[in-house]
Write a protein that binds this ligand. Structure first.
Ligand code: NI
Length: 356
């Protein structure tokens, strides 16, 4: 290689390295942060985003800190507060919607606040839209403009089908998802945690009333691959009983915590094991747009989609993705319906991630 060739070669390497660095910096994702306090007086659980941008993060942190302090000062009897969010970025404008749930003097409040932050210019362009409602989260209904796309009751076995599944609930967001699914006349499977049933029986009753399937997602959500047979059986059996006590029927399907299974789990659980083949990563992104595109980019007939009914971003995503799926010809069904209509018999101890 001649001297000039060497020079060109080095310059090319430097340019490529710089381009790579620039693309890495531009792709920096938000980081989801958590703040958690549990004491005699209150329970606080906060999810908030960090954008690695001082302009934005200072305002987010101010809002989060003020919200936490305001709550702490108002509390007299034991109370709780949850704060989580959905966000999007369009043309350098970051929009973060915070959803706040808190109870004070036995009244449950739901607030949402929208921040529009132009990260190129100034902080004055922050817009607050405040909704203040006093409602029972177990009976919450949300006002949305539903389109005219509804799924028919009767499933056509020649048409595409997809199962939406929701894990780790129920919590204060579950009822919102139920209202959306009910408006579109579709069903889904909720893999509930046994430990979250007490106090949330009304939500399970509503699932049942709206024709949703209730599945078992273990009692404690502890990883079962290291447990002995006795404990694995207890995790599943206790949850089955708790579900039975509310709706008068036992669940037909189980999803082990984290979707993790081994030979011992398969042998101990006397039920079909349902995992998924599309993971929306909703717990990680808190971004309804990303959740929707992860589904729409990948979806095909017979898929099982994993979501979590405990996040506000997931609620928004469900509201967007259900009519989208229906308009693309998908019938949205529960897991048991999916396998029933696909003529696949579910067997105990077998693992299913997709129908067909
Ligand atoms: Ni889970």
């Amino acid at each position: 290689m001649g001297e000039s060739m060497k020079k060109i070669f080095i310059i090319v390497i430097i340019v490529i390295t710089m381009l790579l660095l620039v693309s890495i910096l531009n792709n920096k994702d938000i980081i989801n942060k958590k703040y958690y306090v549990n004491n005699d007086k209150y329970f606080i659980l906060v999810d908030y985003p960090c954008f690695n941008d001082k302009n934005i993060d200072n305002h987010i942190n101010d809002y989060v800190n003020n919200t936490i302090n305001e709550f702490k000062y108002k509390v007299d009897t034991y109370s709780y507060m949850y704060l989580d969010y959905d966000y999007s970025i369009n043309n350098n404008v970051v929009e973060v919607i915070f959803y706040k749930y808190f109870n004070i003097n036995n009244k449950v409040n739901i607030d949402s606040i929208v921040f529009n932050i132009n990260n190129k210019v100034n902080i004055d362009s922050i817009v607050f839209n405040i909704n203040n409602n006093n409602i029972d989260i177990k009976e919450v209904s949300i006002t949305t403009n539903y389109s005219n796309i509804y799924q028919n009751d009767i499933i056509d076995t020649n048409k595409k089908m997809v199962a939406l599944t929701f894990d780790d609930g129920p919590n204060y967001n579950t009822s919102k998802i139920l209202e959306i699914l009910n408006k579109y006349n579709v069903s889904a499977t909720f893999f509930v945690l046994g430990s979250k049933i007490s106090g949330n029986e009304k939500i399970l009753e509503k699932m049942d009333k709206y024709g949703m399937e209730i599945g078992n997602h273990t009692y404690s959500h502890k990883l079962m691959t290291k447990m002995d047979n006795e404990h694995i059986i207890k995790e599943v059996k206790d949850t089955n009983e708790l579900i039975y006590n509310v709706i008068g029927r036992y669940p037909k399907v189980v999803r082990p915590s984290y979707g993790s299974f081994n030979k011992k789990i398969k042998e101990s659980i006397n039920m079909p094991i349902i995992i998924w083949n599309i993971d929306t990563l909703d717990w990680k992104s808190h971004n309804s747009t990303k959740i929707v595109s992860r589904i729409m980019n990948k979806v095909s007939d017979g898929d099982i989609i994993l979501m979590h009914d405990i996040y506000s971003a997931t609620v928004k995503a469900v509201d967007i993705v259900v009519p989208k799926l229906i308009s693309e010809g998908y019938q949205i069904v529960s897991v048991s319906e999916l396998f029933y209509y696909k003529n696949i018999e579910l067997e105990n101890g077998e693992v299913y991630g997709k129908a067909g």
